[in-house]
Design a protein around this ligand. Structure first.
Ligand code: 6PG
Length: 482
């Protein structure tokens, strides 16, 4: 076996691992492949990797020996304990300055811990978001690396070469320290949940509200994919709706329950932890929980009868409202996602480049879309933009689309179609643009029953208590921030 000939070692020959290796090979990098079950290595080398310069290793020691210095090892294994197990087995074979990259959907807290622990041993750890599924991995994923910044100069060439390109630029750049890369990937997935749920609600409205058949719905998505909504998820929805086999349309026979691996839920956990109203993604996670209650829903639907009149309006007009409503709701969702990124950056001292993140998501990944180009432009124009809804382009779109969002919700309401994400977009928009919320009453109630104090208008920061009933004392409860 040759020593120090390979540019990178990759552990984990499941679908993502194999395709990333082939992608790296296409770009001229020599990859050494390893898998815990070594028969997979043999089979990969004899089949998919046949005729390439990819080499196989049958033990970790052997793999590490083949690598040039600094040694670079990428893990594409199941997130969680498997990552720690491989790190523990690898470390004795590595030396100071060598690099381990985790390309799975790991929890960013774990990544932070691994960066810190490995730094003490001189090993540079990177947690990288990898998005785009099988095809992305093979022909150009979106890559979101973060962790020990000293690793970046040594992996930049490979990462930017194999990543997707948008307008000629790589959809990959250094995200930030510790768990920043995996945090950004987690928010990407949260947004993916939101986008998918919005599309599902649009489909539900077309199917049950407007009575469109699969072919008609597919044509609508095809049209939408030519304009502002052009995106990977709209495109695959068009194709899914059209897909037929000998039993007819496949979609009609797929059970209406959806699973999840957890990244959407983590996004919502982070939103709760950092106090950011990421309501649309939260509702999309709850919608998946609701979908899983299939038997419950079937039973309840037999008992709770509704009085629904068939839609009698102008379908063409309703579809145009729906298109604009989807555009508006997407803007709200991304505005919330970027707000979460901003807050997390502040908490963790990450110097995030928001335009750069939009570019990373512009191509290769599941949420890739034309619209991310507009987000990039907004942050390029003003890198300190606090909220996408304050950018001129998005202000104009919201002004143009908000009435359609309302019209769509009114129609869904009449048709009794549940629209958790469209509704939360409307709620959020009317909440974040409301100059006088009813929280003055909330403050008063808290003070009334618990002496929690309140601030007076124009006297921010000064907390006072009122003895509302004349029976309570004048002592206030200690205030605290959750
Ligand atoms: C991607 C995807 C990928 C995966 C999701 C699925 O960016 O390529 O996000 O990571 O499809 O993790 O997540 P759920 O199983 O939770 O829907």
């Amino acid at each position: 076996m040759n020593t120090e000939v390979a540019d990178i070692g990759l552990i984990g020959l499941a679908v993502m691992g194999q395709n990333l290796i082939l992608n790296m090979n296409d770009h001229g990098f020599k990859v050494c492949a390893y898998n815990r079950t070594t028969e997979k290595v043999k089979s990969f080398i004899e089949n998919e990797a046949k005729g390439t310069q990819i080499i196989g290793a049958f033990s970790l020691e052997e793999m590490v020996r083949t690598l040039k210095k600094p040694k670079r090892v990428m893990l594409l294994v199941k997130a969680g304990s498997a990552v720690d197990e491989f790190i523990n087995k690898l470390v004795p074979h590595l030396s100071s300055g060598d690099i381990i990259i985790d390309g799975g959907n790991s929890d960013y807290h774990d990544t932070t811990r691994r960066v810190v622990e490995l730094e003490k041993k001189g090993i540079l750890f990177v947690g990288s978001g990898v998005s785009g599924g099988e095809e992305g991995a093979r022909y150009g994923p979106s890559l979101m690396p973060g962790g020990n910044p000293r690793a970046w100069p040594h992996i930049k060439n490979i990462f930017q070469a194999i990543s997707a390109k948008a307008d000629g630029e790589p959809c990959c750049d250094w995200v930030g320290e510790t768990g920043a890369g995996h945090f950004v990937k987690m928010v990407h997935n949260g947004i993916e949940y939101g986008d998918m749920q919005l599309i599902c609600e649009a489909y539900h409205i077309m199917r049950d509200g407007l009575g469109l058949n699969p072919e008609e719905m597919s044509n609508v998505f095809d049209e939408w994919n030519k304009g502002d909504l052009k995106s990977f998820l709209i495109e695959i929805t068009r194709d899914i709706l059209r897909y037929k086999n000998d039993k007819g349309y496949l979609l009609e026979r797929i059970r209406d329950t959806a699973g999840q691996k957890g990244t959407g839920k983590w996004t919502v956990n982070a939103a709760l932890e950092y106090g950011v109203p990421v309501t649309l993604i939260a509702n999309s996670v709850f919608a998946r929980f609701m979908s899983a209650l299939k038997n419950h829903r079937v039973e309840a639907s037999k008992i709770h009868k509704k009085n629904i009149k068939p839609f009698s309006g102008d379908k063409k007009q309703a579809l145009e409202h729906l298109r604009k409503a989807l555009y508006a709701a997407k803007i709200i969702s991304y505005a919330q996602g970027f707000m979460l990124l901003k807050q997390a950056a502040q908490e963790h001292n990450w110097n995030l480049n928001y335009g750069g993140i939009a570019l990373m998501w512009r191509g290769g990944c599941i949420i890739r879309s034309a619209f991310l180009g507009n987000i990039k432009q907004a942050f390029d124009k003003n890198p300190n933009l606090s909220d996408l809804l304050l950018d001129d382009f998005f202000i104009k779109v919201m002004h143009d689309c908000q009435d359609s969002l309302i019209a769509t919700l009114q129609m869904a309401l009449q048709q009794r179609i549940s629209t958790p994400t469209f509704s939360s977009a409307r709620d959020y928009y009317d909440g974040i643009t409301c100059n006088l919320s009813p929280a003055n009453l909330l403050q008063a109630m808290r003070d009334y029953f618990g002496a929690h104090t309140y601030e007076l208008m124009g006297q921010e920061g000064k907390f006072v208590h009122t003895n509302w009933t004349g029976r309570g004392g004048n002592v206030s409860a200690s205030t605290y921030d959750a």
